[in-house]
Design a protein. Structure first.
Length: 57
């Protein structure tokens, strides 16, 4: 998977934590992941709703 350098740096900066032994804020990281999954789920639901209203014949 290729991630643009600018996106990589922005995300790395956003989740960085000097107080963590691994260098990232685990809680914030998980919240960001879960928020993105929730957003994707809502987008999929919208797509499914639109597809349900399309006549595929």
């Amino acid at each position: 998977m290729k991630i643009e350098d600018s996106d990589y740096e922005r995300i790395a900066s956003d989740i960085h934590s000097d107080s963590s032994p691994v260098g990232i804020d685990a809680k914030k990281t998980h919240i960001l992941i879960l928020a993105m999954l929730e957003k994707m789920s809502k987008q999929i639901e919208l797509i499914e709703q639109k597809l349900n209203h399309v006549d595929l014949k």
